[in-house]
Design a protein around this ligand. Sequence first.
Ligand code: NAG
Ligand code: NAG
Ligand code: NAG
Ligand code: NAG
Ligand code: NAG
Length: 857
Amino acid sequence: MALLLVLLFSLLASPTFVLSASSPPFTPQDNFLIDCGATNKATLPDGRAFKIESESTQQLKADDDNKVFVDKADVPSPLYLTARIFKSDATYTFHMARPGWHWIRLHFYPLSNSVFDLQKATFNVMTQKYTLLHSFNVNENKNNTKNQIFMKEYLLNITEQQFSIKFSPMKNSVAFINAIEVVSAPDNLIADTANNLQPASQFQGLSKFGYETMYRLNMGGPFVTSANDTLGRSWLPDDAYIKSKNMAKATSVGTSTIKYPDGLTPQIAPPTIYATAVQMADAIVSNQNFNITWNFQAENAFAYLIRLHFCDIVSKSLGNLYFNVYINGNMAISDLDLSHIVNGLAIPYYKDIVVNASLVSDGLSVQIGPSRMDNGAPNAILNGLEVMKLSNSVDSLDGEFGVDGKKVETGGGGPHKGAVAAVGFGLMFGAFVGLGAMVYKWRKRPQDWQKRNSFSSWLLPVHAGDTSFMSSKTSSNMYNSTLGLGRYFTFQELQEATNNFDSSKIIGVGGFGNVYLCVIDDGTSVAVKRGNPQSEQGITEFQTEIQMLSKLRHRHLVSLIGYCDENSEMILVYEYMSNGPFRDHLYGKDLPPLSWKQRLEICIGAARGLHYLHTGTTQGIIHRDVKTTNILLDDQLTAKVADFGLSKDATMGQNYVSTAVKGSFGYLDPEYFRRQQLTDKSDVYSFGVVLLEALCARPAINPALPREQVNLADWGMQWKRKGLLEKIIDPLLVGSIDPESMKKFGEAAEKCLEEHGVDRPTMGDVLWNLEYALQLQEAFTQGKLEDESSSVVLPSTEVDAAATSPAAVAVPPPSTPTPTIRPATIPEGDEGSTNAHPINDHSGTDMLAQFSNLNGR
Ligand SMILES: *[C@@H]1O[C@H](CO)[C@@H](O)[C@H](O)[C@H]1NC(C)=O
Ligand SMILES: *[C@@H]1O[C@H](CO)[C@@H](O)[C@H](O)[C@H]1NC(C)=O
Ligand SMILES: *[C@@H]1O[C@H](CO)[C@@H](O)[C@H](O)[C@H]1NC(C)=O
Ligand SMILES: *[C@@H]1O[C@H](CO)[C@@H](O)[C@H](O)[C@H]1NC(C)=O
Ligand SMILES: *[C@@H]1O[C@H](CO)[C@@H](O)[C@H](O)[C@H]1NC(C)=O
């Protein structure tokens, strides 16, 4: 009878049975969600309602506590509007309904208040059994982290009926907390046994440890938020951790394809995790054999549980995929044959590996690579990865002290203390950033744009990766060598090159800090952009900018040469653009005027750069701040687009990115402003303004002019509609522009400035029209020359590299006469140019105010 039942059950749960659709959701018996210090319940975007303390059955004992709140809504989530501050020990006690595994999630956000500067608060957090945080301070290794949100997640087997969490401030300090979650997790989430990495053996007793989540990644897939997870977990994309991105490729199937086997439920990981994977990229070699590697920071005084999630969504038939998994260079799984283990394709499988503290001396690395070269196409996959820290011998998850004050015994063997201190903070922040990304995202709100004094205050948060790589000198070298991000400069090198950041070398100033011109060892002039420690810029954005810039190489984009992140410095080194911003050559600087042809060539170059940004990368990148000060000119007057500081990947399978409004006033796409949906057509709009600026030689916004002339886009379009655009062009151009060329150009600008994004052309189309306008102009000039005198010796024909650049997609219409004459483009007297800086600040602080003023007209 019993056997029958078992059979029946296994039939029901057989691999062909799609469990994800029918398995009951897990209902946590204990579900404490507390919004500390709040007076109103807070409901999160994922639907969970956080109660105020008095509504919840938990008890708070504190001698001296203060409720604080901020009412301005510049915090990322309602949870961070309030906090409790404790000047002495305070304990939350929970009456538990059921013993067993529980998530403990602690939310910290140092909101400003009149009680205490929470950036300076240092405190311990403990349960009856575990030390969760020791001497914790939100700001410990980051000097410029206002608005920093921290979420720490633990998984503890709670056996006490009265479970308590105690906050203990250090001397002369306070403790604080914004929100607490104590939520039941399924018993089977952690099995008691796993594989021990080295020596290869079975590890027993996993249920005796407490865990802290360090990393949880969705390989080859998107950010999965708590709303999409079966247990309120969040899963980050793996991009920030993978070593050589071009050796791996992402792959995915529909989630309905995933068939959970008997004994594995979506509670282990939801189908979205198994439905995406990273696999080996196709190398153009007959016998491809390499590893895909992910690197993580880890503290060497702790052991880790690594959970690897697999699901063969790449094979066409069984028995084709055999691969190895290595952790820290040791074989973790040899010859993994998924289809044999689970007997099918698209069936989830996971494996737990315990890594002893003695093996964690230099972080953690996870590698996958093919095992048998003679069997099918060599490949290896990984769908998801979790890294959990195990509590140590004194039941601490942070530092060497247990709740009873007992200290870890440091017998002969262990590499301890010093190393712990060295990597401890880096690790801590790695985890914060990882888990905090969900809430970090909420922080990006429209009002945030008033604080954009940074390199790049505005990059896609799902990329927010492990800043920990950047947090110490030793790790930065590792970062550099593993991710190939251009050259690593030491601080000393740059200090010497800039004569200790001598103000005479400053060529640009912005809210983020200064830009210096200097010469590096090989005699190359470079522009050095040094982050101001006071800027809002986080190290995460800095790192993201490096990653984004190093992905992008194009003749018409300013290139990043290298960076320095030593001693919490954030310095980027760019190629030097000696002729400075395009704008300076149009007005305001008394530089020799550019001819119409030169202006056209510059616009074409910039259009190529933008076209490449939009289409040349897999995801597509939206610049978001196209303007004449962000188009820089080198010594040959070649235009290069600069400052992708505000750039955003157009990812996530939709053709727009919903976001708060950013950009520069006067160039802002009205549709983007209204709907806060960013598309590449927003850049096209801004580029339309650039075209008018090139033609009319006046700023996009000039408040000194009569009202109807203030905004160049409006003003220009009024005249264009009347067919009288030539009335407002740069007086210096009058007579030298071919009317047909100007007509074509004006039409291109007009189309760019269409009210609705869908009506605007792509950058490719714009480029095509500009090329055409250039050809008309050249034919015109040539004709004029021939008319005047047939004996004039023309400058020798010159191959324009721009025209043969890979991004040159615009093919001029065959009917157009193709002039072969390309006069040199260097104006006289340009060696006198001074003010050349590669990166401009976004001086749009009161942009919103201006915009509303003008819109109110
Ligand atoms: C943080 O910045 C202050 C000055 O702004 C400086 O005195 C301090 O040493 C810095 N701390 C760290 C850890 O860099
Ligand atoms: C939690 O710990 C208790 C006591 O050690 C043990 O009996 C129980 O099996 C554990 N629960 C789980 C789910 O491992
Ligand atoms: C997350 O859930 C929302 C709504 O439930 C759904 O629209 C979205 O596609 C899901 N995202 C993923 C990555 O599964
Ligand atoms: C993959 O990594 C393992 C462990 O680091 C190493 O032993 C092996 O040689 C690597 N394989 C290849 C093809 O590089
Ligand atoms: C790590 O290994 C040491 C001896 O090699 C052992 O005493 C210790 O218990 C191990 N730690 C864990 C967490 O297994």
